[in-house]
Design a protein around this ligand. Structure first.
Ligand code: FE2
Ligand code: FE2
Length: 299
């Protein structure tokens, strides 16, 4: 059924599915000898499709492959492209520290295997999405060089009708895990300077392998966990390691006046059947007062 409005906010204007850190390996070799990254990606894509959402874009915020192998990019492309086609959504590939720019360009973008940053601008029916490349060839920490910042400043000089969302791999936020502060996005002040006063409304990132939110220069930042493996945060920060559980993706709903980021766990579990499309349709036939009476009043 079409979107209904039972509350104060009109339905979201745009919806983005945000996935991260697929870390595919050539020949689907187990990552770290443990993780089946292809199977875990398939599980995540299946879960996205189950939502029934027709997103305006699918954004993968980096570490698309673990070692930058051409065969891994090919496997990723053949898993995601038919899926994106079914959903009718463009795919935004963001480079991460585990990626190799030339192989990413050739394997996912059908471009020449050149080493310059992988950036792009998408017009999602008035919502602008800008992908940045925070990878530093040869290193795992992140950075944005002056020419990329200058480019970003130039693009942002002209505002978009529904504002702008940035996507990059390394989040411009601290992590409570010491290991990630070594691999942080460096020179964050320079990025803050560029987005100050611009129409940037949200920042999507990955890299941490766990979901996290914060603000950067007044802009909300949403970090999606990984599809491959996640960090077991039940441990003390100094002893956090990966586990084959807790994978999730985010639904980013862009409203008139706010953006929400909803974490969707990729999990199989017995689920109730009380709320249905028919139930919502029945609610839609009631007046707002009748709806409160029918569903809000305590019995
Ligand atoms: Fe990663
Ligand atoms: Fe990363």
């Amino acid at each position: 059924m079409d979107a209904v409005q039972f509350g104060q906010h009109p339905p979201a204007q745009r919806v983005i599915v945000h996935l991260s850190d697929t870390h595919l390996m050539a020949g689907n070799a187990p990552l770290g000898g443990v993780y089946d990254t292809a199977a875990n990606l398939t599980a995540a894509l299946t879960a996205v499709e189950r939502t029934g959402i027709r997103p305006h874009a699918l954004v993968f915020t980096g570490d698309l492959t673990d070692l930058g192998e051409p065969e891994a990019y090919a496997a990723l492309r053949s898993a995601v492209e038919p899926f994106a086609e079914r959903l009718g959504a463009p795919v935004v590939w963001v480079a991460g520290n585990h990626d190799e720019r030339p192989a990413l360009r050739e394997g996912l973008l059908s471009g020449a295997p050149t080493p310059e940053p992988v950036t792009g601008v998408w017009d999602l029916q008035g919502l602008r999405l800008i992908s940045l490349d925070s990878s530093v060839p040869g290193w795992h920490h992140g950075d944005l060089d002056q020419s990329q910042l200058d480019w970003l400043r130039e693009v942002l000089a002209e505002p978009a009708p529904l504002g702008t969302i940035l996507a990059l791999h390394h989040p411009p936020l601290p992590s409570h895990l010491p290991l990630f502060d070594i691999l942080e996005l460096r020179h964050q002040d320079a990025l803050a300077d560029v987005i100050a006063g611009s129409d940037v409304r949200g920042i999507l990132a990955g890299h941490l392998h766990y979901s996290m939110t914060g603000t950067f220069a007044g802009v909300p930042v949403s970090v999606a966990a990984a599809t491959c493996y996640t960090m077991n945060l039940q441990r003390p920060a100094v002893a956090v390691n990966g586990m084959d559980a807790g994978q999730s993706f985010h639904l980013v709903h862009v409203y008139d006046d706010t953006i929400t980021s909803t974490v969707v766990p990729v999990v199989e579990a017995p689920t109730g059947e009380y709320f249905t499309a028919e139930w919502v349709a029945a609610m839609a036939r009631l007046t707002p007062d009748e709806r409160l009476e029918a569903f809000s009043r305590k019995r």
